[in-house]
Design a protein around this ligand. Structure first.
Ligand code: AMP
Length: 139
């Protein structure tokens, strides 16, 4: 399986389609999932191409994990969360739909199940949640 430059996250990285960025460093980019399964659901991706966990380099994985760690802690603060679910899907059979490596960060509250995937969120609410995450990252 090879990397397809036309995937939607590659387009986001090139600035060809908009995204709600919450964090960026030299190696990684983090932005809001527009079909959030919990309030504050965001995604962390490497800036360099790879399909998923199977072809990622150790450097790509470790850069993503450093950003996941930052965002997970910021999400705990921003959403007064009780916990975090970290998800990563590789290949279609593994549940992957966008073929650029990404990690899902879902802030969780005790006793509340994540919503179903594939449902467009309220963009104003997602924007407000992005602001909360950005503020918590700055603390
Ligand atoms: P998966 O490949 O199964 O891990 O899922 C891809 C994720 O990307 C889903 O949670 C989608 O809601 C999300 N997604 C798809 N398009 C966009 C987009 N343009 N901006 C932000 N998130 C997206």
């Amino acid at each position: 399986m090879s990397y397809d430059d036309d995937n939607i996250f590659a387009k986001i990285l090139r600035g060809e389609i908009p995204s709600m960025k919450v964090f960026e460093d030299g190696e990684t980019f983090a932005f809001m999932d527009i079909m959030p399964r919990s309030p504050g659901h965001c995604l962390v991706i490497p800036k360099t191409p790879c399909r998923n966990i199977l072809d990622a380099s150790p450097a790509q994985l470790s850069a993503c994990m450093a950003t996941v760690h930052k965002l997970a802690n910021a999400a705990m603060t921003a959403f007064e969360a009780d916990g975090i679910t970290l998800q990563q899907f590789s290949e279609e059979a593994g549940g992957q739909e966008v073929f650029h490596l990404h990690f899902h960060i879902l802030p969780r509250h005790a006793g509340v199940r994540p919503g179903p995937p594939g449902i467009q969120g309220d963009m104003d609410e997602i924007k407000a949640n992005a602001q909360k995450l950005i503020a918590a990252l700055g603390e």
